[in-house]
Design a protein around this ligand. Structure first.
Ligand code: SF4
Ligand code: SF4
Ligand code: SF4
Length: 190
């Protein structure tokens, strides 16, 4: 069996925009109040009364296979681990911000406390390694998030992807994100 290749599926139809995920992320990863690893953007109301709807859009690192944030790093602090997760080595980061500029998803920030780059890590160190799900996935009350191994055709995430049409944000950039999205049935995903 080869390496795992972790991915996440976000069902924007199941999402209700409650922000439980972003709050859980903040608590789990001790994210500074001035920055965020995850937000759910709420757009709307859209449509004509009484047929109004809200659209939801997950804003976080999309875990690119071809990650622009990695090759621009002058110190090797920004790297991809053996399970395909793009990480930051805090000890090597000099806070130059090149990776932040290179990321087309506005997913990275300089941690106001440490001065080093940070972003979503799929909760790699504190939850994936010990065999748990990411904090945002565990807390979601509508099961709008599925996490798992994209290399295992029998995993829940692969089975779910097979059943319906999915997209990746900004596909034209060829970054090949491992955050995969079930688009809003009314269209309008970006
Ligand atoms: S979304 Fe941004 S931070 Fe995340 S892997 Fe892609 S380029 Fe890097
Ligand atoms: S901020 Fe840190 S991780 Fe980003 S490019 Fe500079 S040294 Fe590398
Ligand atoms: S996987 Fe972890 S770090 Fe990434 S958004 Fe979810 S809770 Fe935050």
């Amino acid at each position: 069996m080869g390496n795992k290749r972790y991915g996440m599926l976000y069902d924007s139809n199941a999402c209700i925009g409650c922000q439980a995920c972003s709050i859980a992320c903040r608590a789990e990863n001790k994210v500074h109040d001035d920055v965020h690893r995850l937000q759910v953007r709420i757009e709307g109301p859209k449509g004509e009364f009484p047929n109004l709807r809200m659209d939801f859009h997950r804003q976080s690192c999309v875990m690119c296979d071809n990650a622009p944030c990695v090759p621009v790093c002058p110190t090797g602090a920004s790297y991809t681990n053996e399970e395909g997760i793009n990480m930051v080595d805090e000890k090597k980061c000099v806070g130059c911000g090149y990776c932040i500029t290179a990321c087309p998803y506005q997913a990275r920030y300089l941690d106001p406390k440490t001065g080093t780059a940070d972003k979503c890590t799929f909760c790699y160190e504190n939850r994936i390694k010990p065999g748990e799900k990411p904090a945002c996935v565990s807390i979601c009350p509508t099961n709008a998030l599925i996490f798992g191994d994209l290399n295992d055709p029998n995993s829940g995430i692969c089975q779910a992807i097979k059943k319906q049409a999915t997209i990746k944000y900004k596909e034209l950039l060829h970054t090949n994100p491992k955050l995969i999205v079930i688009p809003n049935r009314h269209g309008g995903e970006k």
